[in-house]
Design a protein around this ligand. Sequence first.
Ligand SMILES: [Zn+2]
Ligand SMILES: [Zn+2]
Ligand SMILES: [Zn+2]
Ligand SMILES: [Zn+2]
Ligand SMILES: [Zn+2]
Ligand SMILES: [Zn+2]
Length: 273
Amino acid sequence: MGTNLDSFKRGLGRFTEEERPMGGLRREGAHGSFSLPPISTHQVPPSRPEEELDRLTKKLVYDMNNPPSGEYFGRCARCGENVVGDGTGCVAMDQVFHVECFTCATCRCRLRGQPFYAIDRRSFCESCYIVTLEKCSMCSKPIMDRILRAMGKAYHPQCFTCVVCHRCLDGVPFTVDATSQIHCIEDFHRKFAPRCSVCGNAIMPEPGKEETVRIVALDRSFHIGCYKCEECGLLLSSEGEGRGCYPLDGHILCKSCSARRIQELSSKITTDC
Ligand SMILES: [Zn+2]
Ligand SMILES: [Zn+2]
Ligand SMILES: [Zn+2]
Ligand SMILES: [Zn+2]
Ligand SMILES: [Zn+2]
Ligand SMILES: [Zn+2]
């Protein structure tokens, strides 16, 4: 008879996670003006003797032309000129800069003493950096750290939540409904799963399982445990020998209860006549 095991399979949503995509991103605090010991040109480790001689010669010539005045910090990585004197330089991204040369690549504001962001050896002030960031499709705010991608959209991990219970679904299986609303698996089933015609509850997978089995009979759905003879309570199954369903007038009955009812009906008809 019309008993069939229906495997209710859901499509699992997939997401990926990534760090900020811009390669060598580092958030750094720029060092202020020097309180570090000045960089000494004498500290370069000697290599081969010819090179060493060459270097010493060059330095001698350089020193004659540029007698060191005050403290020498090194060459500015931006303009190439010497950085000399207290308070004139700063160190960032392992390089020496003039204070006025260490600026935001976009708005040119000075970055010394400010938080700045280094992307591919270029430095940005905080506000210029934020403008370049991807926005969260839930809260529309820029995503500073980790991006969670799901269904082609970017989210803050903490914004990726179930629309029903608001639980964060970062790293948790989720699924979406027809209007792309994000649901945890439990709420999705509670909302959309077929209801059991006996107990009225949703027919959904056991915790941790991806599939659920429901029984469909007489165009109605049943939990496996709710598919019982209405008369004697025998658990019915299409597979168990002698446990098939013998429905009568839309009632779910086991073989013997169904046979007895038919007998009662026919004897009633006989006596009525
Ligand atoms: Zn400079
Ligand atoms: Zn800027
Ligand atoms: Zn967000
Ligand atoms: Zn939920
Ligand atoms: Zn049920
Ligand atoms: Zn029965």
